[in-house]
Design a binder for this molecule. Structure first.
Ligand code: NAD
Ligand code: TYD
Length: 377
């Protein structure tokens, strides 16, 4: 089949990447979707079981740091668009092992950019796009100027029942980069390289910076899936510090929809912030999770509140993230589709209904999926 476009999605076996791959494979049968992923501990091909046999989908196991391998894929499949999600993504791991983060996030992004440039530059930049997925964490941390929360000046569907803001400042596209963790420093480095490739070589690029995502298929080392799993098994919930830190939460499918919209309608060389004006203190989220799991498992009300265990704070723990996503709303008409409590309910139900997925991930069995399904194909 002659495909209208060929899009290389990196990190498609991870949490957000799997939602993006699924959306594109389903929505664009006339696009060839190539998922390139190294399958680190965070990559789980069984996330894509439902679409793996589609004719317009192809999985390739490769490392983005392997310049020759990436170049070969780009040439062989005539890739004209890249959506780059592959990364090391967990802040706690970056504190323990910063080198791996610099290697994958900085050098890996550079290798991908250089491969794209080598293939695309002689063909001309027309019709090409390198879309880099980044995080709000590159902007550093905001202060908690209103610890009890004020009425937020902005709301979206995501925050319709809880319009708290814990300060009067928000990250805009103009906010100065001030990363604190090795993770955010490595993402900042990658963002700079992407913009440098636009400014120096004229490569058509877009960067988006999104707030914390939650939803199905998230690796249970991150707050929401880890705590859902622990509540189910009545294991302690390690809340860092006082649980006062604030994050701005977005349902992963709303992020995937934003990526689709921006890939197709975003302006080259622009940055867009993505978020739902949906700020929550960690401790309040933990309480919502306990109530939701207990209700869905028909346990007594607040029965599991004593699982909350305050532990030593994360080193350099950023206090507050809050994204101003009005540019994306104004210029491209994007809005989150899901109210937060609905999204949390949906998410908790998904993990309760997919205990096998969680067990596979926690036992390590998911790493055998590639060998079983792909190795001899
Ligand atoms: P994830 O850790 O769940 O998945 C990362 C994927 O990248 C995995 O499939 C892994 O195997 C793959 N990968 C890692 N190193 C690789 C390499 N060297 N070569 C090829 N593949 C490699 O991450 P996620 O939470 O889905 O995040 C995806 C992207 O979105 C990241 O760039 C992250 O910085 C960004 N982001 C995440 C969030 C969030 O809340 N999770 C928020 C904003 C932005
Ligand atoms: P996380 O899901 O790791 O995302 P990020 O650090 O990228 O925002 O953590 C979300 C918040 O939850 C963050 O403030 C750290 C906190 N947290 C805990 O309190 N306990 C935990 O076990 C984890 C994983 C996170």
């Amino acid at each position: 089949m002659n495909y209208r476009r060929t899009i290389l999605i990196t990190g498609g076996a991870g949490f957000i990447g799997s939602h993006v791959v699924r959306l594109f494979v389903n929505r664009y049968p006339d696009y060839h979707i190539i998922n390139l992923d190294k399958l680190t501990y965070a990559g789980n091909l069984s996330n894509l079981k439902d679409i793996e046999d589609r004719p317009n989908y192809k999985f390739i196991k490769a490392d983005i740091c392997d310049y020759d391998a990436v170049k070969e894929v780009m040439n062989k499949y005539e890739v004209d668009g890249i959506i780059h999600l592959a990364a090391e993504s967990h802040v706690d791991r970056s504190i323990l092992d910063p080198f791996t983060f610099a290697r994958t996030n900085v050098m890996g992004t550079l290798s991908l950019l250089q491969a794209a440039r080598t293939v695309w530059e002689p063909q001309g930049w027309d019709g090409k796009l390198f879309y880099h997925i980044s995080t709000d964490e590159v902007y550093g941390a905001l202060e908690l100027t209103d610890p009890e929360g004020i009425e937020s000046p902005f709301t979206t569907k995501a925050s319709s029942d809880h319009h708290h803001a814990y300060g009067d400042k928000f990250f805009t596209e103009e906010t100065r980069y001030q990363p604190h963790s090795p993770y955010s420093a490595s993402k900042a480095g990658s963002d700079h390289f992407v913009r440098a490739f636009h400014d120096t070589y004229g490569m058509p690029t877009i960067v988006t910076n999104c707030s914390n995502n939650y939803g199905p298929y998230q690796f249970p080392e991150k707050l929401i899936p880890l705590f859902i799993n622990n509540i189910m098994h009545r294991k302690p919930l390690p809340v860092y510090g006082k649980g006062e830190n604030v994050r701005d939460w977005l349902y992963v499918e709303d992020h995937a929809r934003a990526i689709d919209l921006i890939f197709h309608e975003g302006k080259v060389a622009e940055t867009y912030n993505i978020g739902g004006f949906n700020e929550w203190k960690n401790i309040d989220i933990v309480k919502v999770l306990i109530r939701t799991v207990d209700r869905l498992l028909s346990r007594g009300e607040d029965e599991d509140m004593d699982l909350i265990t305050y532990v030593t704070d994360r080193k350099g723990h950023d206090m507050r993230y809050a994204i101003d996503s009005r540019k994306l709303q104004r210029e491209l008409g994007w809005e989150p589709s899901l109210q937060f409590e609905e999204g949390i309910e949906k998410t908790v139900r998904w993990y309760l209904d997919h205990q096998d997925w969680l067990d596979n991930v926690t036992s390590g069995d998911y790493q055998k999926y590639y060998d079983q399904m792909y190795k001899n194909k």
